[in-house]
Design a protein around this ligand. Structure first.
Ligand SMILES: Nc1ncnc2c1ncn2[C@@H]1O[C@H](COP(=O)(O)OP(=O)(O)OP(=O)(O)O)[C@@H](O)[C@H]1O
Ligand SMILES: [Mg+2]
Length: 531
């Protein structure tokens, strides 16, 4: 929905208002660039409808009324299961309104926010395919949508699968070229706008929709738009002049074919984009051919997973374990955890692909020249602040472990003192107590593995956890999935000891903490993933 749109509260209609003698207003659904949308009851046909009532300022403009009549006829001609049906129009002296099918369910914009940049590819394919069917049908009928964006896709949650329905076909044309387009009415649209829509709206045709579909696909994959400036002008200029980033900069597992499809769909030149929606559809399906139809239906949870960032994850089953020296009873849900700490090689790839740079100058030790030396590639990534670790985890579609998750992965359920059991540490099980002058390759101490086969939990490097440091929370916090997730500058917990620290540091319940901006040669991290 738009902010700063030319709709003021004083224009909103109260429930019970009767429009055109048959439509009884029920409730406001939302407001947008052209007016407000209400749920209403159609007394003649005894059904729920949605009424888009054009803002009175616009409705009193003769040119707008003329265009409305013309576009309205076209909209009604479009009938498709993935298009919101337009039933009727109201054009009297007081109101200009579109009467349409009422779709109960979230918008695609809300659905994108819910997934926070990790929407499953099978879901993306389902929604995008339906949108392409809808737009293809419009194009066959000579209609250009002109305002494709996640706000204009409604998801009817029928059974398990959402049924996407595209709304507002051609509505943008009613305003185009009028002064209203620059008053805020089009702001929501600017993020999705093809370059030719900015430069020469008169030439605008089907390829402009293909461009907006490319931007929408980008956003479904990454949770953000390729261009995200605050002002109309900067956004428009970016579409005209700037090269769009690759979605792979924001998400680790984007199939190459999808990156290519988006780059092509967002070509500055209309004739270089996919020719039509069916070519777009074919390329989408080719790029996602390896994705299972129903990933969410999988009943088994495999005991290990291979990850997009090259790591291997181990399943830690849900259940109780004894946490801390006192072994207080704590329950955690099942999760996957990296078998090994994140390596310099993995971290270098993250820097490379995303262009991520830390926020202050105290730069990452051996990452100062962007690439660590070859002989350190399989060592744990160090000189990474908590923020850097957090950013990596997010990019990789994972998370930092909570302290409880870290500890359960290290000691299992029998309350052991070291990941491998009771035996005092030695050089075969862990790298600690300055027995070496620095880190060693990850996985160098298989004899020190935890009951789940997770390695390097003791020694080598401390590992950042999600939690802010609070001894009280650790000892007396909630007994179910405790996590003291903080967002400020509080110190963050590290676990597992390090090469620089003594044998006490490698006990499964030892803990320390540092300010989140600290970088050290003895602190690294690993990630977890939800089951
Ligand atoms: N047919 C419909 N059924 C149910 N909800 C709808 C329907 N049409 C629109 N809405 C909802 O009404 C709200 C306002 O829609 P509106 O189209 O005015 O704004 P917008 O899509 O945010 O911007 P724009 O004016 O650029 O289309 C949105 O939340 C939208 O999801
Ligand atoms: Mg809309």
């Amino acid at each position: 929905m738009l902010h700063g749109a030319p709709v003021s509260v004083s224009h909103l209609l109260p429930p019970g208002t009767l429009i055109s003698g048959v439509y009884a207003i029920d409730a406001l659904i939302g407001t947008g660039g052209m007016g407000a949308v209400y749920r209403a009851h159609d007394r003649a046909r005894e059904r729920e409808v949605a009424l888009k009532i054009i803002h009175p300022n616009l409705a009193s403009d003769a040119e707008i009324r003329r265009r409305f009549a013309r576009e309205a006829r076209l909209m009604r001609s479009l009938v498709h299961p993935n298009v919101v049906s337009v039933y009727d129009f109201i054009q009297d002296e007081r109101f200009l309104a579109i009467v349409m099918e009422n779709v109960e369910g979230p918008t695609l914009a809300q659905e994108i926010r819910r997934w926070n940049g990790q929407m499953p590819y099978a879901h993306i394919r389902t929604i995008m395919s339906a949108m392409l069917h809808a737009i293809a049908e419009a194009h066959r009928n000579g209609i250009v949508h002109r305002d494709i964006k996640p706000d204009n896709v409604l998801l009817r949650m029928d059974r398990k699968e959402p049924v996407p329905k595209v709304v507002d076909f051609g509505v943008a044309k009613i305003l185009e070229g009028t002064v209203y387009t620059v008053t805020g009415a089009m702001l929501g649209t600017c993020r999705y706008m093809a370059p030719e829509q900015v430069e020469s709206p008169d030439l605008l045709s089907y390829p402009a929709d293909v461009y907006s579909l490319g931007v929408t696909l980008f956003e479904m994959i990454t949770g953000r738009c390729p261009f995200e400036h605050d002002s109309h002008f900067a956004l428009m200029m970016a579409h005209v002049r700037d090269q769009a980033p690759s979605p792979a900069s924001y998400r680790a597992d984007v199939p190459r074919g999808l990156c290519e499809l988006i780059a092509q769909a967002m070509s500055k030149r209309p004739d270089q984009r996919p020719r039509d929606c069916s070519e777009f559809f074919d390329k989408l399906h080719a790029a996602l051919a390896h994705v299972d139809a129903q990933p969410t239906e999988a009943v088994d949870t495999p005991s290990t997973l291979r990850d997009a960032d090259g790591g291997e994850l181990v399943l830690v089953p849900g259940g109780f374990f004894g946490m801390g020296q006192e072994r207080r009873k704590v329950y955690v849900d099942p999760y996957y955890i990296d078998r090994l700490p994140v390596t310099n090689r993995q971290f270098a790839k993250f820097l490379d692909v995303t262009g991520y740079r830390p926020s202050h100058n105290d730069f990452f030790g051996h990452f100062a020249d962007a690439r660590p030396p070859e002989q350190l590639m399989q060592h744990p990534a160090v000189h990474v602040s908590w923020y850097d670790a957090y950013a990596y985890a997010q990019w990789a579609g994972k998370s930092l472990p909570s302290e409880a998750q870290w500890e359960k992965a290290a000691r299992g359920t029998d309350g052991r003192k070291y990941p491998w059991g009771k035996i005092a540490p030695d050089a075969t099980r862990a790298n600690y107590g300055l027995m070496r002058r620095g880190t060693v390759r990850v996985g160098s101490h298989p004899a020190g593995a935890s009951p789940y086969g997770v390695q390097d939990m003791a020694g080598n490097v401390w590992e950042w956890c999600l939690d802010g440091d609070s001894a009280d929370f650790y000892a007396h916090g909630p007994s179910h999935n405790p996590c003291n997730h903080v967002t400020g500058k509080e110190r963050r917990v590290v676990r597992g000891g390090a090469f620089l620290y003594d044998a006490h540091s490698v006990r499964t319940f030892s803990r320390s903490s540092f300010e989140p901006a600290v970088r050290s040669q003895a602190i690294g991290f690993r990630c977890i993933r939800r089951v």
